[in-house]
Design a protein around this ligand. Sequence first.
Ligand code: FES
Length: 69
Amino acid sequence: MVLMIICVCNRINCRSVREAVDSGARSPKAVQAHHGCKINCGKCTTTIGEMIAEQMDRAVPQMQVLAAE
Ligand code: FES
């Protein structure tokens, strides 16, 4: 499995971002904090924000199924 580095400053990869979102992180700052880091240059914040939105979009249909049951 190829892991893409999302945050070069703090060496946070795509799997690490998803893990943080699964644990409740809902902002780039929260993703960084989940891994004990702080935003440095900020170049990753747009990508992390997009990844959070994508992951939340995927979670909504599952929640709707649960609500319908
Ligand atoms: S690339 Fe994430 S803080 Fe610099």
